[in-house]
Structure formats: C-alpha cells, structure tokens
Design a protein around this ligand. Structure first.
Ligand code: IPM
Ligand code: MN
Length: 360
C-alpha cells in the first residue's frame, strides 16, 4: 500500500532478552547503511523492556512507557523471554499489552522461501513459497475474556471467549484485500482461513464480512476459503496455492509457525504488528534463544528482514526492497539457517547484508 514517506523515522528499539540484542544490532547496522543510500534520517531510543528488567524491578511494561511509545514512528523488537520468568508474564504484560494498547490490529507475516534456504518440503523451491498471512491481532481468543471458577476443586470450570467483532473482521479483511492489490502477484487472490463448519457464529461473521466487502469493494480480487485444518495440509502439499491469507488471531498464530518452517525456519521469518494509522512493531519471529546468547552465532536474517518491513511501513519502500534484495543475495552464500552452522557469525552476516545493500 502506498504509505506516506517519512524522511525522519523515530524508532523505539527493544533488544530484549537472550539473543534479541545481538540480532537487533545487525538490523540497525543495515538500517544505517540503507539510510545513507536512500537519504533518510532516523533516531533510535533504547528501551530495556523484557525479562531482565522484570526480574530486577518486578515491572513489565508500565503505562508511562506505553504512552512514550505512542510518540514513535515504529518499534523494533528483538525477543523477550527468560527461563526464570513464568510463561504468560512477558507475553501478556508486554507483547499483548503493546498490541492491544497501540491497536496493532494486523499481524503481517510474509512467507517467502529465499534462494539457497533449505526447505523441509520435498520438491518445493522459492517459486512455490511466496505468500503473506494477514492475521487479525487484537481479538479472537486473545482478549482474555472469560474466567475460572472453583479453581483447584473437582468442579473447576474455565471459559476463554472467542471474541469476534464485525468491525475487527472488516478491518482485517480490508487490509488483506488492499495488501493483495499492492503485492500485484498474478494470482491476485485472498484466502480466508477459519473453521466455519464448527465455529458457525464467529466463522460466519468472518465469512460474510469477507465476501460482502470483497464483492463490493474488491471485485478485481479472487476470493477463496479454506478451513484451518485443511490449510495446514495445503501448506505442506501445495503452498503455491496461496497469495494472501486472512485469518483470525489464534488460527493465524498457529499457521504462521508452520509457515515459518516451510520458509526455512525462525532464523529467516520476520513479522510486523501493524496499526496502519499508528505505531507498528516489527520483530524476528524467533525467541530469545538463551542457550545461544553472547556467542555471536544466531541467525540475524529474520531481524534484518523485520527492519525491511519496518522501513516499508514507514514509506521507505525502496529501502525495504533493497534490504530484501540484499537478503536474497546473501542466503545462497549461507551453509544453513541454523545457529552455529551458517558458515558466518551473526555480525559477519550483518556486515555482508549491509555491504550487499551498497552494491545493488
Ligand atoms: C506470536 C507469539 C505470541 C502470540 C505470543 C508470544 C504471545 O507466539 O507472535 O506469534 O501468540 O501471538
Ligand atoms: Mn506464535
């Protein structure tokens, strides 16, 4: 989508935990190089959010920090997570809090198999795997609606509500159709993924929003529908079916992890939590990988790719394209996408992508 081009980009940087800061460093290296070539300026402000701060202070993400973050153009996140922090604390207190508070209602996950990257699917190459998942990012089962009663008793009961609104489905669907137009892939097709055969209420809201909006506002785009379980089969058997997928929050969470594997793993998969009219947050999909921390062996390609997405969202389309092109020239030189087996260190790869950007 044509974005207003920002010539000065204010970026909040959250390296986070484990290997997060190491991969973020390489993304920032490539940012520095590409900004000179494309002639834009930026400002970086570091935020020490994550497990380390939580363990030290008991604070995850104070409201005052959220208010500060509203003033940025984008957030660049490494990873959060630590073996000493109970599951759910950082996820809810930081990642989901930012998604919800900043209304980052789209989770955008390009799924592209870069040249030279090992794909676990037999007989599939870069020409077969090039699609985008548009995941609704603020509703569904993630809202935390519901509760538990009689906890610890034999009669314990818990509910977790799948909150679907027509408004939420509509804005995700429009984003997906617009994105499909701007991608200009010859397939020109958006696939809705849900489970309408069982979730006959929420699924129907999505189905009608998708078809009514598609028919009226996007007659140039083909519409298709998959049940989510079938979609996971097609990802493995015929990933070339897809151009753009739009789906609900939890289904999107699950299928994008599968998608990350068919594109070569978490070392390459990048994503964005997007508020098209606000502050968006970009991140490599991999976690904090504590066992690789400080060894300079983690793959920074996903983090560099996330910087490419960030720049596109800031309207620096050429810069984003250059980063992607440089990544595509770098991946064939790598022995593997796995930490420690790449044939390069983390910082060497950052150097290589940055150098390649200058040679395009
Ligand atoms: C993701 C992650 C998050 C999610 C977790 C960490 C809350 O798995 O970004 O896909 O479930 O959305
Ligand atoms: Mn996930």
């Amino acid at each position: 989508m044509a974005k207003e081009k920002k010539d000065f980009i204010k970026i909040a940087v959250m390296g986070g935990d484990g290997t997060g800061p190491e991969v973020v460093r390489e993304g920032l290296k490539v940012l520095e190089t590409v900004s000179k070539i494309e002639n834009f300026k930026y400002e970086l402000v570091n935020y020490d959010l994550g497990a380390e701060r939580y363990l030290r202070t008991g604070e995850v993400c104070p409201d005052s920090v959220v208010e500060e973050l509203r003033k940025f153009d984008a957030i660049y996140l490494g990873a959060v997570g630590h073996p000493d922090v109970k599951p759910g604390i950082l996820e809810k207190g930081l990642l989901l809090k930012l998604r919800f508070e900043l209304d980052q209602y789209i989770n955008l996950r390009p799924v592209k198999l870069y040249p030279g990257v090992d794909c676990p699917l037999k007989d599939k190459g870069p020409e077969h795997i090039d699609f985008v998942v548009v995941r609704e990012n603020t509703e569904g089962i993630y809202t935390g609606m519901g509760g538990v009663q009689y906890k610890g008793m034999p009669s314990e009961v818990s509910t977790q509500v799948n909150c679907t609104t027509r408004f939420g489905a509509e804005r995700a669907v429009r984003f997906a159709f617009d994105y499909c137009r701007s991608r200009n892939n010859p397939k020109k097709q958006v696939t809705l993924v849900h489970k309408t055969n069982v979730l006959t209420f929420a699924g129907d809201t999505w189905f009608r929003a998708f078809n009514e909006i598609g028919e009226k506002e996007y007659p140039d785009i083909k519409r298709d529908y998959n049940h989510v379980d079938a979609c996971t089969m097609w990802f493995v058997k015929n990933p070339e079916f897809y151009d753009v997928i739009v789906t609900d929050n939890l289904f999107g969470d699950i299928i994008t992890d599968l998608a990350a594997m068919i594109q070569g793993g978490l070392g390459v998969a990048a994503g964005g939590n997007i508020n098209p009219n606000g502050v968006s947050m970009f991140e490599p999909m991999g976690g904090s990988a504590p066992k690789y921390m400080g060894k300079n062996i983690i793959n920074p390609i996903a983090a560099i790719g996330a910087m490419g997405l960030l720049l596109r969202e800031a309207g620096q389309e050429n810069a984003g394209n250059k980063i992607e092109a440089a990544i595509m020239k770098t991946t064939p030189k790598m022995k593997s996408q796995s930490a420690g087996k790449m044939g390069f260190s983390t910082s060497e790869l950052g150097d290589l992508v940055a150098k390649t950007v200058t040679e395009l």
